[in-house]
Design a protein around this ligand. Structure first.
Ligand SMILES: [Zn+2]
Ligand SMILES: [Zn+2]
Length: 187
C-alpha cells in the first residue's frame, strides 16, 4: 500500500503544476492500544508545483477512521481533516522506470526509449499527519456514557444498580484515581 504521485509530466517545466486525487491507502495501525482502520472512501487531493531543484507539495482531505470508543469500547468512527504542505528536494523523489508492456520483448543490446517516471511517495507523510490529527480520546459520540466503573455495564444501553451510575464518564477516571490513591495510601 503506497500513495505515489507521478510528477514526470512537469519535471522539465519550472512553474508547472498538477493536481491528483488519491485514495488514502494506509495500512491499519495501532495507537494507544486501539486499532485504527482507514476507511476505503477516504481520499486526499494533492497539488504539486515544480520548483527550481525541487517540488512544492500540498495535501488536503478528510480521512475517515474506524476504531473503538475509549469510553464504552464499542465501535467508533471519526473523520479527521488533514492539510499539509512541504518542499521536497529533487534527491528525495523516487525515479522508477516507466512501465511498458513490450519491455520483455526488446532484443538484447537495444537501449529502450523509455523515460524515467519521477514519483513522489506521500505514504509516510500522510500517515504521520493522520496520527497527529487523531484526538487523544476517541469516543463514539460526545453523549457516550461509557461503562459503569463498578460492574462494567454499557450505560448507553442500560442502567445498572450500582450507586455511581449517574457519574459523568469524564469524572470516572478521577474517581478511579482517588480510589487507587486512598487504597494505596491506607494505613
Ligand atoms: Zn462510546
Ligand atoms: Zn454498575
Amino acid at each position: 500500500m503506497t500513495m505515489m504521485i507521478s510528477v514526470e509530466s512537469i519535471r522539465n517545466e519550472p512553474g508547472g503544476q498538477l493536481c491528483r486525487t488519491l485514495p488514502v491507502e494506509i495500512p491499519s495501525f495501532r495507537m494507544r492500544g486501539a486499532e485504527m482502520e482507514i476507511l476505503e472512501d477516504s481520499e486526499m487531493a494533492f497539488h504539486v508545483y515544480r520548483l527550481e531543484g525541487g517540488w512544492y507539495l500540498m495535501g488536503q482531505g478528510d480521512v475517515s477512521i474506524r476504531t473503538v470508543c475509549s469510553r464504552c469500547l464499542e465501535e467508533a468512527e471519526l473523520t479527521v481533516p488533514i492539510s499539509f504542505s512541504e518542499e521536497i528536494p529533487d534527491q528525495e523523489v523516487e525515479i522508477r522506470p516507466a512501465a511498458r508492456e513490450d519491455r520483455g520483448l526488446r532484443p538484447e543490446g537495444v537501449v529502450p526509449d523509455l523515460r524515467d517516471d519521477y514519483q513522489i511517495d506521500v505514504t509516510q507523510r500522510v500517515r504521520e499527519e493522520i496520527i497527529l490529527a487523531i484526538p487523544l480520546k476517541v469516543t463514539c459520540g460526545s453523549e457516550c456514557r461509557g461503562l459503569c466503573p463498578e460492574c462494567g455495564t454499557n450505560l448507553n444501553r442500560e442502567a445498572c444498580e450500582c450507586e455511581d451510575t449517574d457519574i459523568d464518564p469524564r469524572m470516572a477516571e478521577l474517581e478511579e484515581l482517588k480510589r487507587s490513591l486512598s487504597e494505596g495510601g491506607g494505613r
